[in-house]
Design a protein around this ligand. Structure first.
Ligand code: CTP
Ligand code: MG
Length: 250
């Protein structure tokens, strides 16, 4: 089949299998609520809001109970009917969870977004601009923002000890990377086959594609696509949601 006649289908994989250790004790991070709604549901809605996304694969914490719990939550909350949703169990690392999600994709999918459940508030315009760049021919696309802080590379020492600075990269050339990251599916699968690392695994999908020697491009990210990582991020997320509800943008 020629490129023009090939069916194009974009899916989103949402890794949601992490525990959320840095958020502190409580339920797995993706199941914690924001504005009374689980973070995972916000993330699924954020992907489903894009008309180009017709399938969402949610990667739940490993084990049958968590998969059933995620299915129950998805049934309980309103989601657009045109979006198909699958749930699969994840793995010990984010890389393994992403791979489990990719393995669940049907054969007609040729472009994929990988989106952290921990970035529940990404605006649909950011999602669409990633998809547009992939559809425009870029094999790997990441949304990213310039940094507010200057960044130093250090030689990590013993905890509590001062650490020597090794380098100070020019801030204007740095970007903080967000999700959804968008890929030509064949390229991302190749990266998982060839580049996957043991142990802690890769935390950045685009980084694996870079190691194949494929060019990754950056499109503008959005402040509201921040990752809920530490307790203070929950405060910010609640504030963003409250403002959206008050101004009724969503
Ligand atoms: N993730 C996953 N499977 C894992 C680890 C992480 O699917 N084994 C997912 C998380 O659920 C999250 C995303 O990857 O949506 C980004 O990871 P991170 O923010 O580090 O979340 P956690 O690993 O849950 O948090 P922490 O590192 O603080 O434990
Ligand atoms: Mg983690």
């Amino acid at each position: 089949m020629s490129d023009e006649s090939r069916p194009h289908r974009t899916a989103a994989v949402i890794p949601a299998a992490g525990r959320g250790v840095r958020l502190g004790p409580g339920a797995p991070k993706a199941l914690r609520t924001l504005g009374g709604i689980p973070m995972l549901i916000h993330a699924v809605r954020a992907m489903a809001r894009s008309r180009a996304v017709s399938l969402v694969v949610v990667v739940a914490p490993p084990g049958g109970t968590a998969v059933a719990e995620v299915r129950r939550l998805l049934d309980e909350h309103a989601l657009p009917e045109r979006t198909e949703i699958l749930v699969v169990p994840g793995g010990e690392t984010r890389q393994e969870s992403v791979r489990a999600g990719l393995e669940a994709l049907p054969a007609d999918v040729d472009a994929v977004l990988i989106h952290d459940a921990a970035r529940p508030l990404v605006p649909v315009d950011t999602v669409d601009s990633v998809i547009e760049a992939v559809r425009g021919g870029a094999p790997a696309v990441v949304p990213a923002l310039p940094l507010a802080d200057t960044v130093k590379e250090v030689e990590p020492g013993m905890p509590g000890e001062p650490e020597p600075v090794v380098a100070t990269p020019v801030r204007a050339r740095l970007r903080a990377v967000q999700t959804p990251q968008g890929f030509d599916l064949a390229t991302l699968l190749r990266a998982h086959e060839k580049i996957a690392v043991d142990g802690e695994g890769a935390t950045d999908d685009a980084g694996m594609v870079e190691q194949l020697g494929v060019t990754v491009v950056v499109v503008p990210g959005h402040e509201e696509a921040f990752k809920v990582t530490r307790p203070l991020d929950l405060v910010l997320a609640e504030a963003v949601l409250a403002r959206r509800r008050a101004t009724d943008v969503y």
